[in-house]
Design a protein around this ligand. Structure first.
Ligand code: 5AD
Ligand code: FES
Length: 359
């Protein structure tokens, strides 16, 4: 069992509904104390390379949805990605996160497996993939190529809201993917957006409880931000008049999931320019994901407007992060940043010793 307190939905709804600066600050302080006690002050850096914006899906909120014709589509060459990875290693980072739109194909998925193998052979980085829903066999193959972790947000725990937002996928399919990844022994991240149109207080509580019930290793959450080139361009965040509620959700997520890695996500900086991710690190988050995407491609990977660091090179982001951490009295984590959950973390050597389910 994760912690001494087993939160119920009504308790969590009450927590999410607290108003007023003082009691919110108390919640933030509690979340920060739990973060420090369970995860420590060292911050794992996970450089993210948004290696392709090609997407077959049409999620209603997302700027790289298939039918958005306003952006050129790209896929970085493997040689470029390997160079970026070597640079990250030179900056002392220990994880590379490869993220793209969801574009399943036999050839593309096989090529991604080969890239993972090369990254594992040619660097000491842990490899995280975040490329959407796939059959279990594909996840198993990537694991056998050395993939350490996978990120796949469930976006919302409300099945009807999920269905309205995702013409190409159901919540149960998404949860099947997360279940497969966990079952395969891959360190697994899920999570959700806060303040989606149609979300209620009980959805907010259920989002957090679903993370706990899945026993996720990593939880990514951040404010929903309307993108003008999507059908939801005019659909405001439900917390638009009280944006601190995004931090309340973050802090509550830490209380309910004390041992999960929780990144200070970029969307917090989009909403609170220059301060959002720093505040997140003092209100429950323990991980930072500097962008390592080539500057020329960043405008083409705008899932939402206002994404920070558009003009910063990977090196500038890595330097900026050191400044942020120093200002907060935190240090860079020197270890691989694996899961803290008992039995989930591996030796840091990818698939070594875990067998092949296809055997
Ligand atoms: N606002 C905020 N977050 C978004 N994402 C996608 N579109 C938006 C948006 N408009 C998030 C989703 C996805 C992650 C990669 O980015 O949660 O899983
Ligand atoms: Fe990119 Fe600060 S994290 S410039």
């Amino acid at each position: 069992m994760a912690g001494p307190q087993r939160w119920t939905r009504p308790e969590l709804m009450e927590l999410l509904d607290i108003r007023g600066g003082l009691s919110r600050q108390e919640l933030y302080d509690r979340a920060d104390a739990v973060r420090r006690e369970r995860m420590g002050d060292a911050v794992p850096l996970r450089g993210i390379v948004e290696f392709s914006n090609i997407c077959a899906n049409d999620c209603l909120y997302c700027g790289i949805r298939a039918t958005n014709a306003n952006i050129p589509r790209y896929r970085l060459d493997d040689a470029v990605i390997l160079d970026l990875a070597r640079g990250m290693e030179g900056q002392g980072q220990t994880t590379i996160v490869l993220q793209s739109g969801e574009a399943p194909s036999r050839d593309g998925d096989a090529a991604l497996g080969r890239l993972v193998s090369r990254l594992k052979a040619e660097t000491r980085l842990a490899v995280t993939l975040s490329v959407g829903n796939r059959p279990r066999e594909v996840y198993a193959h990537w694991r056998d190529c050395g993939m350490d972790r996978y990120l796949l947000r469930f976006e919302t725990s409300d099945p009807a809201l999920f269905a309205r937002l995702h013409p190409d996928c159901t919540l149960s399919q998404r949860l099947r993917c997360l279940g497969d990844l966990l079952d395969l022994g891959v360190q697994t991240g899920g999570g959700f957006m806060t303040g989606l149109p149609g979300e209620t207080l009980s959805t907010g509580a259920d989002n957090i409880l679903l993370c706990r019930d899945l026993d996720l290793d990593m939880i990514g959450l951040g404010p929903y931000i309307p993108h003008p080139d999507t059908p939801m361009g005019q659909s405001q965040n439900v917390h638009v008049l009280d944006p601190e509620r995004h931090f309340v959700a973050l802090a509550a997520t830490r209380l309910v999931n004390p041992d999960a890695h929780i990144p200070a996500t970029t969307a917090f900086d989009a909403l609170f320019p220059g301060t959002g991710r720093n505040l997140a690190l003092t209100r429950g988050a323990n991980v930072f994901m500097p962008s390592a995407t080539p500057v020329a491609r960043r405008p083409e990977y705008q899932l939402y407007p206002g994404k920070p660091c558009l003009d910063e090179t990977g090196e500038a982001c890595a330097r900026c992060v050191l400044g942020r951490l120093a200002a907060l009295g935190r240090q860079v984590d020197q270890g691989p940043g694996h899961s803290r959950k008992p039995g989930r973390a591996v030796s840091g050597e990818g698939a070594v010793g875990r067998g092949n389910i296809l055997d």
